[in-house]
Design a protein around this ligand. Structure first.
Ligand code: VG1
Ligand code: CO
Length: 543
């Protein structure tokens, strides 16, 4: 029942920051998903035959059809075994954990992460390698090259049995094992953190809220917070995963998790609020009356990680993506541990984690994680915060203020200009690149530019080089502006402008963020001509 289907290439299957992400409508074109999956299977070192993979997704619209397609194609290509999350569900960090725990060859995760879901919105597919982390560029480039020349794919002329019941079945000679998506992950969290201390905290009148945003973390959060940690029923909001995330944008920031944010800022607010994204790898951290900027959160978690059992002997080093604020650098410097700056996207952390150079990694986009898996991990970050709160017995605001007092504060914001016409966004970046060499030594908005470059990363472990990873403009004052185009959007281009200003220990840490950055906003306009190029006089989203 194996059949070979003739096909012709699509020219747009280049994986971005995190896999191939497109509108559902694009994925629904005949052969579109099949072409990509076959290109992937063809590009694996040693081929796909005989290998074992993990498979699951965030449950969004098209997840079920895609799981069936992948299973049939895996079987037809001679894959030995696929371990699937029950109902086709696995969060990204849970998939990473299973790849490592079961020592398999890799995993396929179906998700468009923080992008909205539903028939008119987004879908995605990404591949993780044997260490549990996102495929490195060498592999994603090979998949893209293959997708440009593909002429046929293999699949089965058969239906895939239901994935609703735990157990094992045979699919044309391939073993399919259906596992509980939550239990291995929940067990890992219990090994890393002091659950009894967190249970005591939650039993002592400390109130928390977690917003699953109708996405994949609902079942994980119910099991961990309400069942294992004894938080009262109702602690987890929007806990039922929905194919369209209830029409919301499952991106845990103060714009899209507005209701939670308002609750934490209001009177009678709980002590702690948190949220995660579509596939469970991002986190939002709120305290009563305070939003913790993700870059600050990375620094605070790194500075306090030793309070949790898994990190009690300290951390080896920290890595952050280039646009992430340099708050974590202050911690690394003071503690005398390694600090690494990588391009945007979790795939660049894998080598550093595997080599034991770093223990904790993070991105400004609300991704934080450690060497426990090879993905960013939303619930992990939230549990580490809870562990720290349980030990320090201080409020979130007090911990943040004490951190700034010791290390200084990196005022920080990201301005996103979404759905800009691609040609206009490209023109902006081209013009910017061309004037880089002239920026140095210029005074802009009264601040002297000390350096400007296009970030290139030289991986210290495997020597690979990744160029054109974003424009950095550094000022003598220590301020910085970064410009780059998003690699996860599905319509037009998204220009991201990252603004950062450092206020040392002893300085004024009580300013409102936007007010503190106002000069940099003007400088960014002067340097890049954002309004002139994009026709926008304000960003679509500020985070
Ligand atoms: C964005 C973020 C980046 C993150 C990526 C995937 O990429 O900026 O930090 O790693 O999304 O996150 P870009 O190229 O759009 O800036 V997720 O939760 O969507 O897997
Ligand atoms: Co995500």
């Amino acid at each position: 029942m194996i059949k070979t289907v003739f096909t012709t290439p699509f020219n747009d299957q280049k994986p971005g920051t995190s896999g191939l992400r497109k509108k559902v409508k694009i994925f629904e074109q005949p052969n579109y998903l099949e072409n990509f999956v076959q290109s992937l299977l063809d590009s694996l070192e040693g081929g796909a035959a005989g290998k074992t993979f993990i498979l699951g997704g965030d449950g969004r619209y098209y997840n079920r059809q895609a799981i069936a397609t992948v299973l049939k194609m895996a079987a037809a290509n001679g894959v030995a075994k696929v371990i699937v999350g029950q109902g086709g569900i696995l969060s990204t960090p849970a998939a990473s954990n299973l790849i490592r725990k079961r020592k398999v060859d890799g995993g396929i995760v179906l998700s468009a992460s923080h992008n909205p879901g539903g028939p008119n919105y987004d879908f995605g597919i990404k591949f993780n390698v044997g260490n549990g982390g996102p495929a490195p560029e060498k592999l994603t480039n090979a998949v893209y090259a293959r997708s440009r020349e593909i002429a046929e794919y293999k699949t089965l002329d058969a239906d895939v049995p239901s994935l609703a019941i735990l157990g094992t079945f045979d699919l044309a000679g391939m073993t399919v094992e259906i596992v509980d998506p939550v239990s291995d992950y929940a067990q890992l969290m219990e090994e890393l953190f002091d659950f009894s201390a967190i249970r005591d905290l939650l039993g002592s009148g400390f109130r928390m809220r977690f917003d699953a945003m109708s996405a994949v973390t609902g079942p994980y959060a119910l099991e961990i917070f309400e069942k294992r940690l004894g938080a009262p029923a109702g602690t987890v909001l929007n806990s039922k995963p929905l194919e369209d995330f209830g029409g919301h944008h499952p991106d845990p920031n103060i714009v899209h998790a507005k209701k939670l944010y308002e609750e934490l800022m209001g009177s009678g607010a709980p002590d702690f609020g948190a949220a995660s994204d579509g596939d469970g790898d991002r986190n939002l951290i709120l305290g009563r009356g305070i939003f913790v900027n993700p870059s600050d959160s990375l620094a605070i978690l790194a500075a306090n990680a030793h309070l949790a059992p898994a990190y009690k002997n300290g951390i080896a080093g920290i890595a952050r993506s280039m646009p992430t604020s340099r708050a974590a650098d202050r911690v690394a410097e003071k503690r005398g541990i390694g600090m690494y700056e990588t391009p945007t996207g979790w795939k660049f952390f894998g080598n550093l984690l595997d080599a034991g150079k770093v223990t904790i990694c993070g991105e400004e986009s609300a991704g934080t994680g450690s060497d426990h898996v090879r993905e960013k991990d939303g619930l992990w970050a939230i549990l580490l915060w809870l562990n720290i709160l349980a030990v320090r017995k201080e409020s979130v605001a007090d911990i943040v203020n004490a951190h700034w007092a010791e290390f200084g504060r990196n005022y920080y914001a990201r301005y996103d200009y979404e759905e800009v016409e691609q040609a206009r966004a490209d023109a902006l970046m081209t013009e910017l690149r061309a004037k880089l060499s002239t920026l140095k030594g210029q005074a802009i908005e009264g601040e002297m530019v000390s350096d400007a470059d296009d970030f290139a990363y030289h991986d210290p472990i495997d020597g690979s080089v990744s160029e054109n990873q974003g424009i950095r403009v550094l000022f003598e004052s220590g301020s910085r502006i970064v410009f780059r185009l998003s690699g996860t959007g599905t319509s037009g281009a998204t220009l991201r402008v990252y603004l950062e200003r450092y206020e040392p220990a002893g300085g004024n840490h009580r300013q409102e963020t936007q007010a503190a950055l106002v000069k940099l906003v003007h400088a960014a306009e002067e340097i890049a001509g954002i309004a002139r190029h994009t026709g926008r006089d304000a960003p679509s989203v500020i985070t």
